[in-house]
Write a new protein. Structure first.
Length: 138
């Protein structure tokens, strides 16, 4: 489970730690939203009362910011993925062989893939880093 972080993401993580006083385990960008991965017990602390910490981050970086609880195992994959892609709804997440399969309706499937497969490629990278599996959307 090798997670890559470039200098810009490292800056976002440092800013997030200063604002929320919670250390993020990882940071990545999905659909032009900055996602911070923290311990599950620290999610509400990272958001702050009334989401004040997220609002400060939004104002500073001029991008949408989300906080996601870190997955402990493959059993947490559905919750982790559905939190990342919210408000897109998925039916289920299944593990078959070496693939993590996301079952979605026709419209949800189109939104998950995105224009020029941009979102699909981002999600493939996320699934590979966190679960060491390939991704299929059905």
């Amino acid at each position: 489970m090798v997670k890559t972080i470039d200098m810009q993401l490292m800056r976002y993580m440092n800013l997030f730690a200063r604002i929320s006083r919670v250390t993020s385990k990882h940071c990545f960008i999905y659909n032009s939203t900055i996602m911070f991965v923290v311990q599950k017990k620290d999610v509400s602390l990272a958001m702050g009362p009334g989401n004040i910490n997220l609002k400060k981050m939004n104002a500073i970086v001029n991008r949408k910011v989300k906080v996601v609880g870190a997955p402990q195992s493959l059993a947490d994959a559905e919750k982790f993925i559905s939190t990342i892609i919210h408000p897109i709804e998925i039916k289920s997440v299944e593990l078959k062989d070496n693939y993590l399969m996301i079952n979605a309706g026709q419209q949800s499937k189109a939104m998950l893939i995105g224009r020029n497969k941009k979102r699909l490629e981002e999600m493939k990278k996320i699934v590979k880093e966190y679960f060491s599996k390939e991704l299929k959307i059905v």
